[in-house]
Design a protein around this ligand. Structure first.
Ligand code: ATP
Ligand code: MG
Ligand code: FE
Length: 332
């Protein structure tokens, strides 16, 4: 069984080939054009997808050494994501499946972030909890089986990736600033400055308060010393990262306590954060959790995770029709 999967929900054009459960290729073309605008510009993103999609798919097939006519199905991200971006991947996948007369499989991008854990061993045992943290989402997901997931906690406003990126913007760092905060934080003191953890009820999150707190903090400090940011960039980044990671872990701990589940995974772009990876590993040792952290390349957007999700659907015979259209706000 050979599946070609396409991911185009945001600003990465990606294609992957999975053969009998094994990943043979995972090609990712990032779009650097957005950096100069300080965020993803939807119209530019969909145009870039149009330019990248054919070469990316061709490379994925070549690297996998699988000819088009040996494919068993074509999978694509149906949502959530930017409509124009999703349309490029969906149209391409539909046309290819039609041309080859093979089944089409639609994949939910957030479900795929969770299923990235099954690309390589060790995979979590069911049921497990997955903290999915990305540019657009922050969710605690109870995963009963590959295709049965329930969101038991989520952000009521910004995603944690947005909190990283907006904090970075306040520090005059280029977009996307999350990875840069991570890099500067390595040389800083996480306890140098204190920011409020903000309390949301239950298992939900809120990240809009901390953004405002950081804004006022920087305004006060830079009015005393205009060079405050550049002189203290490492300590500021370490303190912001520490606060965001603490916020994430407090609710994850509560979710584990309430469900009794000790199989704990993280997924999504922010799971690439080294502060989160280290703190979660330590917490897991302390609390007797089995912790699962994906390889870096399977944290941010990639088609390998789409292919893995598609494999589970293929096995269930869960195919989609040519009439399908993208869903920018697709629920899990
Ligand atoms: P979604 O998956 O919710 O649709 P998305 O696809 O844009 O959103 P991803 O590509 O999964 O999100 O993740 C991108 C986010 O991850 C960005 O906000 C980016 O700053 C953040 N990120 C990536 N690496 C790191 C890191 N090392 N530290 C902190 N944040 C990071
Ligand atoms: Mg992205
Ligand atoms: Fe994503």
């Amino acid at each position: 069984m050979n599946i070609l999967a396409i991911e185009s929900s945001c600003d990465e054009t990606s294609a992957a080939v999975l053969s009998n459960g094994q990943l043979l290729s995972n090609v990712i073309a990032a779009q650097l054009i957005h950096e100069q605008y300080g965020g993803v510009v939807p119209e530019l993103a969909s145009r870039a997808h149009q330019q990248h999609i054919l070469p990316v798919v061709e490379r994925a097939l070549t690297e996998a050494n699988i000819p088009k006519n040996a494919l068993s199905a074509v999978a694509f991200t149906r949502g959530p994501g930017l409509l124009g971006s999703l349309l490029v991947g969906a149209s391409f996948a539909k046309a290819l499946a039609l041309g080859l007369n093979i089944p089409l499989i639609e994949v939910n991008h957030m479900q795929a972030h969770v299923l990235a854990h099954f690309i390589e061993d060790p995979a979590p045992a069911f049921p497990f909890l997955c903290l999915t943290v990305s540019g657009g989402h922050t969710q605690i997901v109870l995963v009963r089986n590959p295709l049965d997931m329930e969101v038991i906690g989520q952000t009521q406003d910004d995603a944690v990736g947005e909190a990283f990126d907006k904090s970075a913007k306040l520090l005059n760092l280029p977009y996307p600033g999350g990875p840069l905060i991570d890099r500067y934080a390595k040389a800083g003191n996480p306890l140098a400055y204190r920011f409020p953890l903000g309390e949301m009820p239950g298992l939900d999150y809120s990240f809009s308060g901390i953004k405002t707190a950081i804004l006022y903090f920087l305004r006060d400090r830079t009015s005393d010393n205009p060079a405050f940011i550049s002189e203290n960039i490492a300590d500021i980044c370490a303190s912001i990262q520490y606060t965001l990671v603490q916020m994430l872990l407090i609710k994850l701990k509560r979710a584990s306590r309430e469900t009794g589940i000790k199989e704990i995974a993280i997924a999504g772009g922010v799971s690439a954060n080294s502060g989160l990876r280290t703190a979660l590993t330590q917490l897991g040792t302390e609390l007797g959790w089995n912790v699962y952290i994906p390889r870096f390349e399977y944290c941010t957007d990639n088609a390998a995770m789409i292919a893995k999700a598609a494999q589970f659907k293929f096995e269930q015979g869960d195919f989609t029709s040519q009439a399908v259209s993208p869903l920018p706000r697709m629920a899990l």
